[in-house]
Ligand binder design. Structure first.
Ligand code: CU
Length: 471
């Protein structure tokens, strides 16, 4: 099983690490014997991993060597608005691009006319993205966020890990080094020539957004990739491993379980870092863009044992994810402390602003929030910097709700206590069909224009996104 390479800074100053990434076309071997054209950060899929150490600012210079505009979003990041990857803040390619002489025109789609965004900050060929020191350790990830074309851009490879550490986490005796492994799970479909089969209406990704009709609820593939490899095998020692599981799929939700293991998972963290205390999970249900930080203990196994990570929501080829083969007996000095992280649960109070956000289908097949298609000029919520609000998400379909530049605690589901996958600080919360999920959202103190949206990428591309402003 491949593990994405950690990117080395191009230079370091007293408080900042500088990185450079070229977004470029490449051809890689994913299915043995076949060649798959990708769009990759540094030509790889997943992209290289960026590690952000405590107190360090990170600046990533992204160069666009592709033939289409790109936008980079650090998912889960506390980020100033000019580096957050607002969906019209394009990095234009070198070549003249369609109808984008100076101002980006957003293409028309069902339920949404073509429009311009006069507030977009567009650059050509490159852009510096600045990430201040992150408030908590966490498994963040960076991915493309281009207006109306995020689905095909991520599908073709524009996604990578960004791991933030903090001193609280670093002091713990958790598995580390080669036993702290990020797992990016993503499903893909392949054509017989090895190319990705994304059912785009416009495969050039230049003019017409959207997917063929059978896929409007979300694009799913029949091959499960982990770190870019199909159903990989990982050799492990008889020891504890920390797996930072990211669901980078466009639309597929997984119920992960370990076959031939009586252990299950010890969940230690979620989107925004460690839980207050470890939590045993027999299975983990993970929606698109969510992260689960788990420890799996192989010490009870013998050399030669094989443990399969399965997907109980899958069938046939999507029922297996990857395999672990116990290859070496070893001693293990790691442990899982009973207290992991100090967090303060939010208690909703009468003084907190309350809002309701209804995620639903429109009459022309578009996806809407509170009856509105995405419009950069309309803010659906102006929130004071650093404030906490109570939002109720209502849904007509299953939608993973995601909000930028904020951290979220689940308060209730349908008036009942949060579910077993809702613990800790999150940025992506799965909302089931017909469900009413109440969230406490603590906004960053970095002011500006941001978005919240559905993280089913085909819904997001079809306008299920809204602007909010931190004021
Ligand atoms: Cu959705």
């Amino acid at each position: 099983m491949p593990v994405p390479q950690q990117l080395e800074p191009t230079r370091r100053t007293s408080d900042t690490d500088y990185y450079e990434i070229v977004q470029s076309p490449a051809t890689v071997e994913i299915i043995p014997g076949l060649r798959t054209p990708i769009m990759g950060y540094n030509g790889t899929f997943p992209g290289p991993t960026i590690v952000q150490n405590p107190g360090r600012r990170v600046v990533v210079t992204h160069k666009n060597a592709l033939s289409v505009p790109t936008v980079v979003h650090l998912h889960g990041g506390t980020t100033p608005d000019d580096s957050d990857g607002y969906p019209t803040d394009f990095v234009l390619p070198a070549q003249t691009y369609g109808t984008f002489p100076t101002m980006p025109a957003m293409p028309a789609m069902p339920g949404m006319p073509a429009m311009s965004d006069p507030d977009a900050v567009v650059t050509r060929m490159q852009r510096d993205y600045t990430y201040p020191p992150q408030p908590r350790a966490g498994t963040l990830w960076y991915h493309d966020h281009r207006m109306a074309f995020t689905g095909p851009s991520v599908y073709r490879g524009l996604a990578g890990f960004h791991i933030a550490h903090d001193t609280e986490e670093q002091a713990l005796p958790l598995p580390r080094g080669a036993r702290d492994v990020p797992l990016m799970i993503a499903d893909r479909a392949f054509a017989s020539d090895g190319s990705f089969m994304y059912p785009a209406i416009d495969p050039t990704m230049r003019t017409t957004p959207g997917v063929d009709k059978p896929w409007v609820n979300g694009v799913m593939g029949d091959v499960i990739l982990v770190n870019g490899a199909p159903w990989p095998v990982m050799k492990v020692d008889t020891a504890r491993y920390r797996f930072r599981i990211l669901n980078a799929s466009n639309a597929r939700t997984y119920q992960l379980a370990l076959q031939n293991s009586s252990q299950g998972f010890t969940q230690i963290g979620t989107d925004h870092g460690l839980l207050p205390a470890p939590l045993h999970q027999d299975t983990v249900v993970i929606a698109p863009a969510e992260r689960f930080d788990v420890v799996v203990d192989f010490s009870g196994h013998k050399v030669g044992d094989e443990i399969t990570l399965v997907n109980r929501l899958g069938s046939d080829s999507t029922a297996a994810v990857m395999h672990f083969v116990v290859a070496r007996a070893t001693k293990d000095s790691s442990s899982i402390p009973s207290t992991l992280s100090r967090t303060s649960p939010i208690t909703p109070s009468g003084s907190m602003t309350r809002r309701t956000m209804k995620f639903h289908r429109g009459g022309q097949g578009e996806w809407l929030i509170n009856d509105q298609a995405f419009d950069p000029s309309v803010s659906q919520a102006d929130v004071p910097a650093g404030s906490t609000e109570i939002w109720t998400i209502i849904s007509d379909f299953h939608h993973p709700f995601h909000i930028h530049n904020a951290t979220v605690q689940v308060i209730s589901r349908d008036g009942k206590a949060p579910g077993r996958y809702d613990q800790g600080w999150k940025d992506t919360v799965f909302v089931n069909k017909g469900e009413k999920v109440q969230l406490a959202i603590r906004f960053s103190d970095l002011k500006g224009r941001f978005v919240f949206h559905c993280h089913n990428l085909e819904h997001e591309d079809m306008a299920m996104m809204a602007t909010f402003r931190i004021t």
